[in-house]
Write a protein that binds this ligand. Structure first.
Ligand SMILES: Cc1cc2nc3c(=O)[nH]c(=O)nc-3n(C[C@H](O)[C@H](O)[C@H](O)COP(=O)(O)OP(=O)(O)OC[C@H]3O[C@@H](n4cnc5c(N)ncnc54)[C@H](O)[C@@H]3O)c2cc1C
Length: 387
């Protein structure tokens, strides 16, 4: 390792998909990796509750590039990591109203400039290829043929197994409760146990702000509950469907086997670790969905299969990826605001390069700089929601 006679020792806090991807990427770069996870098993927090979608259709070039890298890595996961990430390129289909068509056209330029495949579907194409959509009030569809869904649990376990094969240690039931930095590195503690390391990576998801605070650092990440409503088996739909998003209402759904997953973020959901499926919200989701997707009227809900989880949200809905400006040697990789599964491979690659060699893995990490979220910079950006 550069400038060191022994391998750099890095503690990674959190074994969701982001911590796992970083752990594996660091181990491949020759670092000694110690992964510390509070829960009894990996991937039990946001990662295990994700809707598991990957799309290239973002407005921000840096996000498109992260997704493109993620799609390529998940497709090659068996060869590169040694497990099946379950990636299926079912596509994402956005339904665009006339008011937004100009913005979508501009976004497609950004996406294509980043090498993403994205198709504009006319209403005739929509009628032929997505007959389950009511077309009233729509201008077009925007379809990403390389978008898809994966199995985040399998991907996380795959990363962890591959990291351990390279010498990484994984400690479960290990909540990190103290982080102290000094001239020689960091002391990371969990109860009576402690580790002396050179660097720390904060991949603690919705709890990343709390982990940052242990080191005296500031990181505004809040939990925000999201529901995934699951239907009973459906008939008459061409399966698998793409992940379909009605851009006007924010209602999304996709098939999983013979069932559908349905969701829509609730703008009135207060931040915090609120638990349980919000059934009252389902009524509103359905009401918003039915005019666009009338077939849903005949589909039954499976309450016991439905679930909820926490998004880990920053003020501008972009992640914090980089060294903490207020705690040198601590690196944040958190606050993915609903995109952490698809962006985990790129984050792992970028953070490993950053920690080991001061690079960025070839990515533009400027929009994700943690410094933007701190103090005065954060106030100026609070209203800027750039995805
Ligand atoms: C309903 C829902 C739908 C979603 N849909 C999508 C989607 O379609 N596509 C997509 O890309 N993303 C989606 N997401 C977001 C995605 O799931 C997250 O962005 C991603 O899982 C974040 O991964 P993570 O590893 O950072 O966090 P997590 O999976 O939450 O992992 C963080 C880990 O840190 C551990 N931890 C916390 N504090 C400590 C501590 N002090 N010591 C040790 N360990 C600690 C936790 O136990 C946890 O295991 C969705 C999320 C939800 C809830």
């Amino acid at each position: 390792m550069l400038h060191m006679s022994r391998p750099m020792h890095v503690a990674v806090v959190g074994a969701g998909i982001v911590g796992a991807a970083i752990g594996w990427s660091l181990a491949r770069r020759g670092a000694r990796v110690t992964l510390l996870e509070r829960a009894a098993a990996p991937a039990t927090a946001s990662t295990g509750r994700s809707a598991a979608g990957l799309r290239h259709q973002f407005s921000l070039a840096a996000n498109v590039r992260f997704s493109r890298y993620g799609a390529e890595r998940f497709a090659a996961f068996r060869d590169e990591v040694g497990a099946d990430a379950g990636f299926r390129r079912v596509g994402y289909l956005f339904l665009v109203p006339p008011r937004d068509a100009g913005r979508w056209a501009a976004d497609r330029e950004v996406q294509r400039a980043e090498g993403a495949l994205v198709e504009r579907w006319s209403l005739e194409e929509l009628a032929a290829r997505a007959p389950y959509v009511a077309l009233d009030g729509l201008a077009e569809g925007s379809f990403g043929p390389r978008d898809g869904v994966l199995d985040p649990h399998a991907a996380t376990l795959g990363y962890l197994a591959a990291a351990r094969a390279l010498g990484a240690e994984l400690h479960l039931d290990t909540p990190v409760d103290a982080l102290r930095g000094d001239r020689d590195g960091w002391r990371v503690a969990s109860g009576a146990r402690s580790w002396r390391v050179d660097r720390v990576v904060n991949a603690a998801g919705a709890w990343a702000g709390e982990v940052a605070a242990l080191a005296g650092a500031e990181l505004p990440v809040v939990a925000s509950r999201r529901d995934v409503f699951v239907t009973g088996p459906v008939t008459g739909l061409p399966l698998p469907t793409p992940l379909v998003v009605d851009a006007e209402t924010g209602v999304w759904w996709r098939s999983e086997g013979e069932r559908l997953l349905i969701g829509r973020s609730n703008p009135a959901e207060p931040p915090g670790f609120r638990e349980g499926v919000d059934w009252r919200w389902f009524e509103e989701v359905l009401e918003a969905a039915l005019p666009r997707f009338p077939f849903l009227a005949a589909v039954g809900l499976d309450r016991r299969a439905s679930w909820w989880g926490w998004y880990e949200v920053t003020p501008d809905h972009l992640p914090a990826i980089g060294e903490a400006p207020d705690a040198p040697g601590l690196f944040h990789a958190a606050g993915f605001s609903g995109h952490g599964v698809q962006h985990a491979p790129a984050t792992g690659h970028a953070v490993a390069d950053l920690v080991v060699a001061g690079g960025s893995g070839g990515f533009d990490l400027t929009p994700f700089d943690p410094a933007r979220l701190i103090g005065a910079a954060a106030v100026a950006r609070t209203e800027a929601r750039v995805v």
